[in-house]
Write a protein of this length. Structure first.
Length: 317
């Protein structure tokens, strides 16, 4: 017949083993308290805010009225087209001559790239053995603020002053990284444009030579076509030159510096964010009490079942 345990019996067990429960609770609370207050180093957070602005220049080349010349497949006579082919050529040039399309989230992911991290480690003369790229990256987090163009960079560090220095250095080095990348892209676009302009000049010279060779009266119609072709080639080249001059202006004015702005610098944090000392002590107190109660009931069970087991062993003998 199964024995029923009453509430009175449970309370009697707790009262009987109260010193064990109290001892375990106090012991665990003291251990966690000592670790939280004296052993575990405090962790501080410093945050800096940057703004991502869209200041990259437009790179489209052709307007809606530009005409592109192609030769007829059968006769070889130049044909002037303004619709689908023009759009295809415009898209091709625009794809070759454009800045990277970076969203705010893309910028956020770039903050902890190896170049920025290494520049920060070198700038602050941090110990490379302690601050490896992987461990350093784990100390840094970035988040977009409420779907805006603002990115908050947060750094966790045991030293509050160092947390501030790292946060500000990360923001500045990331800004420099973006500026340098934009400058390289501008140089690349300018070099590509120069090649296109040279190719266009070669086409212009070729057409000019062809026009010079058309001297007879029978070549009048073809000469008119060549003149139109020459005019359009020069027009396209002028547009390219205009774009090149615009890129030169962008380079000289350092427009790339406006793509990333530091809106709020990090300050030295006054209070640590971890460990949460009182919370740890409270959790240890509750957990210690639960363990103490478990030990008390286990000891009571062990004492009650031990004689029965011994008696059973003797009866077998």
């Amino acid at each position: 017949m199964e024995e029923e345990i009453t509430l009175r019996e449970l309370i009697e067990v707790l009262l009987k083993r109260k010193w064990i429960i109290i001892g375990i609770t106090v012991f665990l609370t003291l251990i966690v308290g000592l670790f939280s207050f004296f052993v575990i180093k405090p962790t501080y957070e410093a945050s800096v805010t940057i703004a991502v602005t869209d200041v990259t220049p437009a790179t489209g080349f052709f307007g809606s009225n530009t005409t592109v010349i192609f030769s007829d497949k059968n006769t070889g006579v130049p044909v002037f087209q303004t619709d689908t082919i023009e759009k295809d050529i415009s898209l091709l040039l625009s794809s070759l001559l454009k800045y990277p399309d970076m969203s705010v989230n893309a910028f956020k992911e770039e903050i902890t790239n190896p170049t920025v991290l290494m520049n920060t480690i070198n700038q602050l003369k941090l110990d490379p053995k302690k601050y490896t790229l992987d461990s350093f990256k784990k100390q840094i987090s970035a988040s977009v603020l409420n779907n805006t163009n603002l990115i908050q960079i947060t750094v966790k560090e045991n030293d509050p002053k160092l947390a501030e220095d790292i946060a500000n250095a990360i923001a500045q080095n990331f800004r420099n990284y973006v500026i340098e990348r934009n400058a390289k892209q501008t140089d690349k676009l300018m070099q590509t444009l120069l090649k296109l302009i040279d190719m266009q000049n070669e086409k212009i010279k070729k057409v000019q030579d062809e026009i010079a060779n058309l001297t007879s009266s029978s070549d009048k119609l073809e000469k008119e076509q060549k003149q139109k072709e020459l005019s359009l080639l020069k027009n396209t080249r002028d547009i390219m030159l205009e774009k090149y001059n615009m890129l030169e202006l962008v380079k000289e004015s350092d427009l790339g510096k406006q793509s990333i702005l530091i809106t709020s610098k990090a300050l030295v944090p006054e209070k640590p964010v971890a460990p949460k000392k009182m919370l740890n002590v409270l959790i240890a107190f509750i957990l210690g009490g639960m363990i103490g109660v478990f030990v008390a009931f286990f000891m009571e069970y062990w004492e009650k079942t031990e004689p029965t087991e011994k008696h059973f062993a003797k009866s077998e003998e």
